[in-house]
Design a protein around this ligand. Structure first.
Ligand SMILES: Nc1ncnc2c1ncn2[C@@H]1O[C@H](COP(=O)(O)OP(=O)(O)O)[C@@H](O)[C@H]1O
Ligand SMILES: [Mg+2]
Length: 401
């Protein structure tokens, strides 16, 4: 079942009593396609929970409408919407067994929907099987690990076969390993049941790994809606660019000067059709290609070996980040990193520029050409045999001078 949000807005009176209303959800207007898993992603306080609560009916919108398929559910109370909810704190009943906890939502069925005990137990078992806790049905919540408790909470949300599953930071209380495992589980369950699901998180990696589509939010305003990879490859503004990716994108104070993108004083890439102006220049960690005569001249700070990859840590006077520049290069073809300087060329598809005022992306054409299959002798690289390199570095700018 698809969910349609139409100009949905929720305002709260300011908690400090003084000051303007807080617009927690500002004019949301999008559609969640049937059977998909959508990640609502943004920093704490950006309105994710409010949006979820509007969909569930726990909050009523200030204006706008919500449809489930063609049915207007805006004024429908939560229990009539057919939604399953899972929160960060599992909120299980401590004195009830796992079985009774899962059965609980079925107890309230009235009239011809009313189920007898056997039917309820069957449904509970079915839901328990889905999240693979059927062996734990007779235990109490205190006898379960955090991950198991969260599975019980998910089973309880699923037992009524909801039309929509809403998950609000469901993995936040789990340790790293369980978080990984449980998110794979949620993905599997969602695929198996085909229930349209909204998953709230502030963790970009979590959102990227689990979602069909991500909605990035900031201060109650949608920044971008895209598939995870598209969001990473094609951020529409500086906020989205910075929010996705670990290590984070490296942001520099830059400019367009005479057909070149400049980082500080260094012209790093020729571009076409953009007039001279100040910009933010942002480079993904994997966009740096160390080269003896590279265009971006940085001070080498350190090298961190990570096995497959190596992280080169460096400084540049135009860098705007909090610590140092982090670039990631393959450990298979490391340059000499013993000097005081490290120089990079930049992959054009890993460089984004943004307007300094609006922080919106500025799109550009670049005057790059493909690296020759065999790099020139004097280039000093030895990666001729590595076909992957050729593909990866296609389009790196002006290798020869
Ligand atoms: N009941 C409420 N009363 C007043 N302000 C609220 C209420 N609920 C949320 N807010 C405010 O709305 C904004 C969004 O909150 P929330 O949806 O909980 O964000 P998130 O889940 O992304 O952390 C915040 O500024 C928060 O303080
Ligand atoms: Mg929240």
């Amino acid at each position: 079942m698809k969910i349609v949000l139409k100009n949905l807005t929720k305002k709260f009176p300011n908690r400090s009593k003084k000051g303007d209303d807080v617009i927690a959800v500002n004019d949301f207007d999008f559609e969640i396609p049937d059977g998909k898993l959508i990640g609502l992603l943004g920093p704490s306080g950006c309105g994710k929970s409010t949006c979820l609560n509007l969909i569930s009916g726990l909050e009523t919108p200030t204006s706008g409408k919500i449809f489930f398929d063609d049915e207007d559910v805006t004024d429908l109370p939560p229990e009539k919407r057919g939604v399953g909810l899972v929160f960060q704190n599992y909120a299980l009943y401590p004195h009830l067994t796992v079985r009774k906890n899962i059965m609980f939502p079925l107890e309230n069925f009235k009239g011809d929907k009313k189920l007898d005990k056997k039917q309820m137990e069957e449904k509970a078992l079915e839901a328990a099987k889905l999240v693979q806790i059927e062996a734990l049905l007779d235990r109490k919540p205190s006898e379960l690990s955090g991950g198991q408790q969260q599975r019980v909470a998910i089973a309880r949300a699923l037992v009524k076969m909801p039309r929509v599953l809403l998950l609000d930071e469901p993995l936040s209380n789990l340790d790293a390993r369980l978080r990984l495992q449980t998110r794979e589980e949620i993905r599997r369950i969602q695929r198996e049941t085909g229930i349209t699901t909204v998953f709230v998180t502030h963790d970009q990696e979590e959102a990227m790994s689990i979602s069909d589509m991500i909605v990035v939010m900031k201060d109650g305003v949608i920044q971008q809606i895209d598939k995870p990879q598209a969001m990473y490859d094609d951020p529409k503004n500086l906020f989205t660019a910075k929010f996705l990716g670990t290590p984070a994108i490296n942001v520099f104070s830059g400019s367009i000067m005479h057909g070149q993108v400049c980082v500080g004083e260094d012209p790093i890439m020729p571009i076409k059709h953009v007039e001279n102006r100040k910009v933010y220049a942002a480079i993904r960690p994997e966009g740096f290609v160390p080269r003896e005569r590279g265009k971006l001249k940085c001070e080498l700070v350190g090298v961190e070996v990570m096995g497959r990859d190596t992280s080169i840590i460096s400084r540049h006077s135009a860098f705007l980040g909090e610590s140092n520049i982090r670039s990631i290069v393959s450990s298979d073809r490391l340059p000499d990193l013993t000097g005081k300087e490290v120089r990079f060329n930049v992959k054009p598809n890993k460089l984004f520029i943004f307007d300094c005022e609006t922080e919106e992306r500025i799109y550009f054409d670049t005057d790059t050409f493909r690296l020759p299959k065999e790099p020139p002798e004097e280039d000093g690289t030895d990666d001729e045999e590595d076909t992957e390199t050729d593909i990866e570095e296609e389009g790196v700018t002006n290798e020869e001078e």
